[in-house]
Design a protein around this ligand. Structure first.
Ligand SMILES: *Cc1c(COP(=O)(O)O)cnc(C)c1O
Length: 421
């Protein structure tokens, strides 16, 4: 199946007489006719649903669909994108470990990595995504257990050189985790370029309609956990009577461990009805992404010709710093998100934003409705001036998420707002 078909058909295959549309299985629990069968489920010696904190039939179908879209062997849906990043890291690292992340990642992820994980004894070493292999290698320590980056960074709109980082990760026998939220598997499938784990905030394009916060972790199944660096995968887990994840689950060990250990203990579970809504978004993801890219390309061309605009960051534009990387990793488009600055700094940016009539000023992005955000005073407000520069943000920067309205209406709205600056 091609990707458009997978969006509609993967994950759920009804049998004779069953509902054509993925049903919402709104039940916390599942019944069995013997205590022994339930005991086996708890021991992981048999397979089945027993409590929706760990797994649920509706959620299971959507996980299978997303795994198929990304080309992975398994997926775990979470209650938010933040929960997906948290579990992906905690599934690999312990107190005393460190990992590498690029400094252009999403502001919420920077807080999680730099502040909260520090309290857990996990160190995040930030690197410039455009640094050379040697410079990045020099930051890796014996306790460094993973590398983390974003395909299209929010809001710097820089393109992550997946193959460069995959090579460094392989050389050091550590997994590469890629946050693929903005690209979605329609525009880029990081596993094809060597990523080991992919995460998403499904709150963005995957849901697409701004109705449901959620996240997902996808495992490529390709990383060899049995290389001496990851004893939690290869040594007995006392919380399951000594199960060894790599032996019991083979190349599906990563998601299995994340689910049965971390989801069990931390419980950042998505709801069945929320996941049903996510599935509706996924069904149209391929056609929406195409339309978002088409509109955004036209908006980017319009912005770059506007003399009230200081700069435009959109890698599909010839002359953009990431044009070459975008051709390689994002050949069918760079999503609907553009960052640009209005001449005159923060004051002009705010005047412009407050003058918009169609585009809404919201703390959201990657939505069917055009929206704007001022990162320096919203999502990245907690960052220091230094972190802001490293994240590619300045006071004049506006993040514009181009929606699916008619392109003429979008541009007319931008124009009337520019006229007021
Ligand atoms: C929004 C976002 C997140 C966080 O996801 P939530 O669903 O809001 O928790 C993580 N990464 C990226 C790139 C995002 O845009």
């Amino acid at each position: 199946m091609k990707i458009e078909t997978k969006c509609l058909h993967e994950g759920y295959e009804p049998k004779n007489g069953e509902p054509r549309v993925l049903p919402i299985c709104q039940s916390t629990t599942f019944t069995y006719d013997s205590t022994e069968k339930i005991g086996d489920l708890f021991d992981l010696t048999s397979d089945g649903f027993f409590y929706s904190r760990l797994a649920n039939p509706t959620v299971d179908c959507v996980e299978k669909k997303i795994a198929a879209l990304e080309g992975g062997v398994g997926a775990l849906c979470t209650s938010s994108g933040q929960a997906a990043s948290t579990l992906a890291i905690l599934n690999i690292l312990n107190a005393g470990d460190s990992f590498i992340a690029t400094s252009t990642i999403y502001g919420g992820t920077i807080n999680l990595f730099a502040v909260t994980f520090k309290r857990f004894g996990i160190e995040c070493i930030f690197v410039d995504a455009d640094a050379t292999e040697e410079e990045i290698q020099a930051k890796i320590k014996p306790n460094t257990k993973a590398i983390f980056g974003e395909t299209i960074a929010n809001p710097a709109i820089s393109v992550f050189d997946i193959e460069k980082f995959a090579k460094i990760a392989q050389k050091n026998n550590i997994p590469l985790i890629v946050d693929n939220t903005f690209a979605t598997p329609i525009l880029c499938r990081p596993i094809e370029f060597g990523a080991d784990i992919v995460i998403h905030s499904t709150s963005k394009y995957m849901d697409g309609h701004a109705i449901q916060v959620g996240g997902v972790i996808v495992d490529s199944g390709k990383f060899n956990w049995d290389n001496g660096k990851f004893p939690e995968f290869t040594e007995p887990d006392q919380s399951y009577h000594g199960i060894v994840y790599t032996e019991h689950f083979g190349n599906a060990a990563f998601i299995a461990k994340a689910r049965v250990q971390l989801m069990r203990d931390i419980g950042v579970t998505p709801s069945p009805i929320g996941t049903f809504l996510l599935n509706l978004g996924l069904e149209t993801l391929a056609i929406r992404m195409k339309a978002h890219c088409e509109n955004a390309e036209k908006v980017a061309e319009y912005l770059i010709k506007n003399d009230k605009v200081e700069y435009v960051k959109y890698p599909s534009l010839e002359g953009d710093k990431y044009f070459t990387l975008a051709k390689k990793y994002l050949p069918s488009g760079c999503s609907g998100v553009i960052s640009f600055a209005v001449r005159g700094g923060k004051q002009s940016a705010i005047k412009f934003m407050d003058s918009l009539e169609l585009a809404s000023n919201v703390v959201h992005v990657a939505d069917i409705r055009t929206c704007v955000l001022h990162p320096a005073s919203a999502t990245h407000r907690q960052l220091t001036d230094e972190q802001l520069i490293a994240a590619g943000i300045d006071g004049g920067m506006i993040r514009l998420s181009v929606g699916l309205e008619n392109i003429e209406d979008i541009i007319e709205d931008l124009q009337q707002a520019f006229d007021k600056v």
